[in-house]
Design a protein around this ligand. Sequence first.
Ligand SMILES: NC(=O)c1ccc[n+]([C@@H]2O[C@H](COP(=O)([O-])OP(=O)(O)OC[C@H]3O[C@@H](n4cnc5c(N)ncnc54)[C@H](OP(=O)(O)O)[C@@H]3O)[C@@H](O)[C@H]2O)c1
Length: 279
Amino acid sequence: MPLTAYNHVPIPSFMYGTAWKKEATSQLVQLAVASGFTAIDTANQLIHYQEALVGEALQALAKKGITRDTLFLQTKFTPVGGQDHRTPYDASADLATQVRQSFDSSLTHLCTEYVDSYLLHGPYSRRGLGEADWEVWAAMEGLYQSGKTKMIGISNVTAGQLTQLCAQANLKPMVVQNRCYAALGWDKEVRKICQVHGIIYQGFSLLTANGEVLADPEIRTIAKRLGTGSAQIIFRFAMQIGMLPLTGTTNQQHMKEDLQAEQFALSTEEIQRIETIAL
Ligand SMILES: NC(=O)c1ccc[n+]([C@@H]2O[C@H](COP(=O)([O-])OP(=O)(O)OC[C@H]3O[C@@H](n4cnc5c(N)ncnc54)[C@H](OP(=O)(O)O)[C@@H]3O)[C@@H](O)[C@H]2O)c1
């Protein structure tokens, strides 16, 4: 079942992430799509992502008849502080120009004329939003207005920053992408704001940030009841509380297992238990 943000654009309920895959990016994206993923997350940030190799995969998939319109593509504008010397824009240019150059370079890398979702990789400072954030956000709103991206959003954002953005932006974000710690009630505060505003919450590091939860005997008991692994329980939990999970697995068996999280259901009691399992 796709999720829908307040602007009514549907987004698949599970997303394949392409960070840290280096030269295997193209092959793994093709494997992910062959396994059933239809949404791909990347970024124009060479430190962690090979966006051009995602584009290479998309071209190979197109040759097999899997067309652009059947896939959901999400990429990001990464501010200069998150880049090394290989910035995909002129780092001395004004911020609106940086966004435009980075976006155009993403379209070239991804061999497409539009993206489905475009995210600010993170605010410029840890607390609050400053002039730079507003300049970048205005440039992203312009991309949305031009139809070149169907959604705009923000990543690595605090509840305070998101509240400020929702209150003061011309266009609220349609997507939030955050690291999701069970110890923070699975990012409860930020998820609550998303729910109120019709914003899709995407969670990453669901497995890697929550190793203790994966090994928890209660999770294992639930997994046993359903005949699944602990990872699938976490992904299913995420979906049932309205979250869109990301996985970046490099293993085809895990790709299939992760997608199977769409096929079973946790009870209300199980959901309630997992929500507070690390608090
Ligand atoms: N916005 C941001 O700043 C940001 C930051 C980090 C990540 N992200 C996005 O989120 C994506 C996912 O990153 P992530 O940190 O959530 O995860 P990840 O780095 O892809 O790690 C997932 C881990 O879980 C394992 N795994 C997956 N399915 C499994 C299963 N069924 N059973 C056992 N192990 C399983 C994987 O191992 P195997 O490979 O062996 O399966 C891998 O070690 C990234 O690729 C990126 O797109 C965004």
